[in-house]
Design a protein around this ligand. Structure first.
Ligand SMILES: [Zn+2]
Length: 362
């Protein structure tokens, strides 16, 4: 058959269109549509080991320890070998090292606001949420939804949430600046306990402020009272955020693993970590079967210098030693599942998480 120039051109054009469409397709699916970041504050390798022994009788048994991609992560800040949660959270949220106590501002540097993963998601039309067991304005969630010179400016952090970044979901305890009045004035529905959260219509609600305690939520070990578990907050947040066809970004923090570490209290430390693992399971149950979702489980730093000495079996707290009431410079574990998770391998730095979430080149 004789191919005329016209036919040839049309064929080439069709081929080019197929190529272009295919390339566009690769580009549009090259980064995850949904991102769920779960941060165990102060959760090092030994904290994970101890919690697995208590929950299931053996190390390596928590929900996220089966994830296919795992790495060790360095955590130093711009100012200190041992980071705090502000600089640690900022490095994860923005890909930039800052001084301890800084919330997503270029210090050292020109003091400009550093774009966070939450803002990156919002620019792409996605719904966003912050969930924690600490005050919602505490350092780790703040690093994703605020820009402040000091982590201790909790009232200013609350104002950043309510008037600047406005995540659809804000679940945690409350401190200065985050009250039913300020949240309602900013257009948020306010809920204050687990029954109210369970009764909420997650399909119609648009912006929710969960104000579940004055200060931090209680420790799991001490009983939560009317406050919801981290896993329940995670499930509710996902039901709300997944109404958005453009996708979601959710940061979930097991924030009091760190506090129990500062106290060198293994009972509280283990039970907080076990509940954190339940929250990961909730996220995984939501994501499994999807090809467009990235889950990263990680920590901002280790707290307490924990060392597990002896497994005492399921339901028993292992025998341990602690070396400090503060943070350590130990590398922390990272676990990844889903889209882009294959970049999590070997030894990475906390500033690489931003790129792993946002990279588009396969
Ligand atoms: Zn701490």
């Amino acid at each position: 058959m004789k191919i005329t120039l016209g036919q040839f051109t049309r064929k080439s054009l069709a081929f080019a269109v197929i190529l272009l469409t295919h390339t566009a397709c690769i580009r549009s699916t090259g980064r995850p549509k949904n991102v769920i970041l779960l941060i165990g504050d102060g959760m090092g390798v030994e904290q994970v080991k101890a919690a697995g022994m208590y929950a299931n009788g053996e190390a390596g048994s928590l929900s996220f320890e089966d994830f296919p991609y795992q790495a060790q992560m360095t955590t130093h800040s711009a100012s200190h070998q041992i980071t705090d949660s502000a600089a640690g959270g900022t490095a994860i949220a923005t890909g930039m090292k800052v001084n301890n106590e800084t919330i997503s501002i270029a210090i050292p540097g020109d003091k400009t606001e550093l774009k966070t993963l939450l803002e990156y998601a919002q620019e792409r039309g996605k719904s966003t949420g912050l969930v924690t067991t600490t005050t919602i304005t505490h350092a780790t969630p703040a690093a994703f939804g605020a820009h402040e010179i000091s982590r201790y400016n909790e009232a200013a952090i609350a104002k950043d949430y309510l008037t600047q970044t406005r995540p659809e979901v804000l679940f945690g305890g409350v401190a200065e600046g985050m009250t039913p009045t300020t949240a309602k004035e900013a257009g948020y529905k306010v809920i204050t306990d687990a029954p109210q959260m369970a009764a909420m219509d997650t399909e119609s609600v648009t912006r929710v402020s969960g104000q579940f305690a004055e200060g931090h939520l209680p420790f799991e070990f001490d009983g939560l009272g009317s406050a919801p578990h981290l896993s329940e907050m995670t499930a509710t947040a996902l039901k709300i955020l997944d109404n958005d066809p453009d996708g979601l970004f959710l940061m979930v923090e097991g924030g009091r693993i760190d506090h129990a570490g500062h106290q060198n209290n293994i009972e509280r430390n283990v039970t907080e970590t076990v509940e954190f693992a339940k929250a990961v399971q909730v996220a995984f149950d939501w994501a499994k079967g999807r090809k467009d979702t990235l889950i990263i489980v990680l920590s901002d730093h280790e707290t307490g210098g924990l060392n597990v000495l002896e497994n005492r079996g399921k339901g028993e707290f292992p025998q341990v030693s602690w070396s400090t009431p503060g943070h350590t410079a130990d590398p922390v574990p990272v676990y990844g599942w889903g889209k882009n998770a294959h970049y999590i391998e070997g030894v990475i730095d906390n500033t690489e998480i931003f790129a792993i979430v946002t990279v588009t080149v396969e």
